[in-house]
Write a protein that binds this ligand. Sequence first.
Ligand code: ARG
Length: 464
Amino acid sequence: MAQLWGGRFTKETDKLVYNFNASISFDKRFYRQDIRGSIAHVTMLAKQGILTEEEKEQITDGLNGILRDVENGSLPITDEYEDIHSFVEANLTARIGDAGKKLHTGRSRNDQVALDMKLYTRDEVTELDGLLRELLEVLLILMKENTETFMPGFTHLQKAQPITLAHHMGAYFEMFKRDRQRMKDIYKRMNLCPLGSGALAGTTYPLDREYTAELLGFDGPTLNSMDSVSDRDYLIELLSAMSTAMMHLSRFSEEIIIWNSNEYKFVEIDDAYSTGSSIMPQKKNPDIAELVRGKTGRVYGALMSLLTTMKGIPLAYNKDMQEDKELVFDAIDTAKGCLALFIGMLRTMKFNAERMEESAKHGFTNATDAADYLVKRGVPFRDAHGIVGQLVLCCIEKKIALDDMTLEEFRAISPVFEEDIYDAISMKTCVETRNTIGAPGKAAMEKVIAAEEAYLAENPKLQR
Ligand code: ARG
């Protein structure tokens, strides 16, 4: 049992207590950030004359050696240490002797862990942003290729009005664009350095906190040492933003599952992204989409857990906060994994354009346009609504689409109909005439595509 304290204790820690308290099994994940923070800390201590240049060199070399050996596998991080901080410090002292014991001057594990977690999640925010950007790129390609791929738009899962696949993909583009904006906001708000806050009340050493912040790529130091060691808002914000992104992925997955069903057949998921059944040979299941939908609950759970953990914690640091790590790590891994798989699935998925257009035709999605046709010829909308209602009933009886009715049949219900009704209710016209910005018409859609393209060009992946 290797721990960083014990001077005032007369008994060994009970083994169960030790294990319950230890965090090395999960905080070993940020060994790189821990070492990076320590190097910045000693660099600042030397600049301030708190350590000599020679001590700084020794410590820095020692830390870089540990980093190298952990990375090349010759120094495994084992459970005999309480946490990653103890592991690094113990190994440093074993390697360079007494100078290693000076590393922790003017620092507490409370500001150290606050820093490590921030450095770790800051990197992950950039990763998440990159994946979201990749998803947007795939969506943009689909939008460009499908401005004339007609399909039914739904409300209540009932065919409503015709749209295009470009328009449908554009809806998701907006959602994931907002998810990216949230990542950017979180990055900006969290990017202040807690190091130098000590256990809770700063330190008596003349630390230069601005300098450490700068060395670690922060916009500046945090402004209250109690808040610095006990702030987990940025993790809650990240969990919330990831939950929202997962909610979007889950809705999209749900649609893909429906579209992939035998009844719809709007899409075909690539063999590489679907699975079979052990008993029913004909099956090709959308497991990836189902798993993404399922894992969404897991990310929501992490958000609820951390909010609950934080709600009763008095200032400043309390050990409850150690619970943030497994939750956040799991949620990040889950969200990143889901995004990566979803991108691959979407990129390789085939859309059945013919089937989609057929479906739009046979669902009376042009009924509103038939009513509008009458309105343009002076029929009051309420009457037009009634007339088209009768047309639909007639079609249902004959099992045909509106476009399949003869002009005589149209005129039998209303003499206002002329030969041009066919053009007015064709799928192409229905969509093409909806050209207010944000609507599915090709001209409107092309403007939006240009705007989204400009957005992507102006918003490259967030940099570490
Ligand atoms: N493992 C702890 C955590 O994750 C590190 C901080 C420990 N600080 C302390 N005073 N025990 O929060």
